[in-house]
Design a protein around this ligand. Sequence first.
Ligand code: ADP
Ligand code: MG
Length: 287
Amino acid sequence: AVPLVVAVSTSLAAKNGLLIRDRQAFERTKDVQAVVFDKTGTLTEGKFGVTDVVAVNGDTDEVLRIAASIETLSEHPIARSIVEEAERRGLELEKVDDFRAVPGKGVEARIGGVLYRIVSPGHLREMGLEEIDEARRLAEQGKTVVFLVRENEMLGAIALADIVKQESKEAIANLKRMGIRCMMLTGDNRLVAKWVSEELGLDEFFAEVLPHEKAEIIKKVQERYVTAMVGDGINDAPALAQADVGIAIGAGTDVAIETADIILVRSDPRDVVRIIELSRKTYRKMI
Ligand code: ADP
Ligand code: MG
């Protein structure tokens, strides 16, 4: 049987958009010592806007046009904003073949038989290619930068800016006040991660993390703390499963929602504070 106080809390939570899927995980929530947040879509809006396009040969519309042609086939938030910007500029897109997404690294496809890639700074380094100076400057401003490469030739870069949620700041301040360490995990580059981390007053961050490494990082954090992970993406599912408490936030993807112990219906990081407080109250009453 479910103790009455727990049943009451569970239904009270549900009324407030906090869905408890695993009651034992909800009980563990009172002991959480560290919360690891995914960046994109969790602490930030996850809605990028293209801010700058850099072209090695000066033709920025051409860089955007090729990139958008490929990105129409990707569902990543970065892809959507590149396509939107190309549409806004009225650029005519090409038909592409052999599209492939490389999780955490970028996408590739052929246009007229020629291979094009749109990649992260990390993957660019792996390919043995040099970043463009201009791109580094943009990254230092906290922007996400991706590179367009034709075969092994650098064509240009696209910078995108996301917005840090106002609610994130309040959530982190409150968690820290409760004695909980706040961390962030992201596939995005180190400079962006550092910028967001300082903006929010996070205790630690992990950047340029590949999808399969997210769960490994949670394991490491668990050696030190009882750990909750908060995320929304397909990439986050293994990390949500690994954490002592897995929390899916917002609309999220089905995979994240199916894996999580707790689902926060709103896309509001302050609900992480609420669920921890509720767990503490609920189980304190029972002792
Ligand atoms: P996160 O969800 O932590 O923001 P991802 O693992 O989804 O990160 O992506 C990590 C990085 O891989 C992105 O910051 C970007 O550089 C690159 N990337 C992923 N998907 C795409 C895409 N469709 N187009 C361009 N770059 C991409
Ligand atoms: Mg994500």
